[in-house]
Design a protein around this ligand. Structure first.
Ligand SMILES: NC(=O)c1ccc[n+]([C@@H]2O[C@H](COP(=O)([O-])OP(=O)(O)OC[C@H]3O[C@@H](n4cnc5c(N)ncnc54)[C@H](OP(=O)(O)O)[C@@H]3O)[C@@H](O)[C@H]2O)c1
Length: 237
């Protein structure tokens, strides 16, 4: 049986992916931060769930120390967990430092430590890694400076792992644009983003899922990041 490890399975894309991989017959290991009603559904379909808040160093370390005992062979690893929060100008330097540390921990340190501890399992399966990045990694949003910078670091790191681990393990990424708005996004924000998006609609999860399957199945892809953004990266904002 093939195995996939997905971070951030408690909601939205991660939750959807966990169900899709169960449907494809994979054993699914999912990391989550907060207990949510959706997690009961995942437990019911046999997903192995492990709790960890990556911004808490002790929880992150316990998580990566436990992972190798959960699976000896790993076919697919998806770095999906993410913290999409804007920088707060009124924050004190100490608050800014802890905010930046959290961004760095979720988007860079956790993927790095998970990669390192799961490398033997990935190599055994000739597996692949999919990194969920963002078009903002290349064209930052002024209000989300720490988010964008840490996603840019993640996008860079995927290329280093792609070189370092070839030919046994492939590492690729996806850079979504407006995939799914957040509940707190008001209509004015949505209209503005869609006006900057040539395909002029919220993409939804399905185009990302199609791209994940492409990255898993195409054995001649490594070190590449595919923009799934309705063309938004072609415009200025
Ligand atoms: N949505 C979009 O339009 C869009 C656009 C560009 C890029 N992306 C990228 O695509 C991926 C999926 O997007 P999404 O909108 O489905 O993500 P999301 O709803 O923002 O959440 C991803 C998951 O990350 C988890 N998470 C947050 N902070 C964490 C922490 N400190 N430790 C561990 N886990 C933590 C969350 O856990 P909780 O359940 O506890 O909140 C959540 O389940 C993300 O990597 C995102 O950056 C999305």
């Amino acid at each position: 049986m093939k195995t996939v490890l997905i971070t951030g399975v408690g909601r939205r894309l991660g939750f959807f992916l966990a169900h899709q991989f169960v449907g494809l017959g994979y054993r699914v290991i999912g990391q989550y931060r907060s207990e949510r009603a959706e997690l009961a559904e995942l437990r019911d379909v046999g997903v192995t769930l492990i709790q960890a808040d990556f911004s808490q160093r002790d929880q992150l370390l316990s998580f990566v120390e436990r992972l190798p005992s959960e699976c000896e062979s790993l076919d697919v690893l998806i770095h999906n967990a993410s913290l999409f929060v804007s920088d707060e100008p009124s924050h004190s330097p100490a608050e800014q430092a802890s905010f930046f540390d959290a961004m760095y921990a979720v988007h860079m340190l956790a993927p790095k430590l998970i990669n390192e501890c799961m490398y033997p399992a990935l190599r055994k399966a000739k597996g692949c890694v999919v990194v969920m990045s963002d078009i903002y990694a290349h064209q930052p949003h002024a209000k989300f400076r720490s988010y964008c910078a840490s996603k840019a670091g993640l996008a860079n790191m995927l290329k280093a792992y792609a070189c370092h681990w070839a030919p046994e393990v492939r590492v690729n990424g996806i850079e979504p644009g407006p995939m799914l708005f957040l509940e707190e996004h008001d209509q004015q924000h949505r209209d503005r983003v869609l006006a900057q998006t040539p395909l002029a609609k919220e993409g939804g999860i399905e185009p990302v899922w199609q791209t994940i399957k492409l990255l898993i199945n195409n054995e001649y892809l490594t070190g590449c990041s595919i923009k799934v953004d309705g063309g938004r990266s072609l415009t200025q904002w």
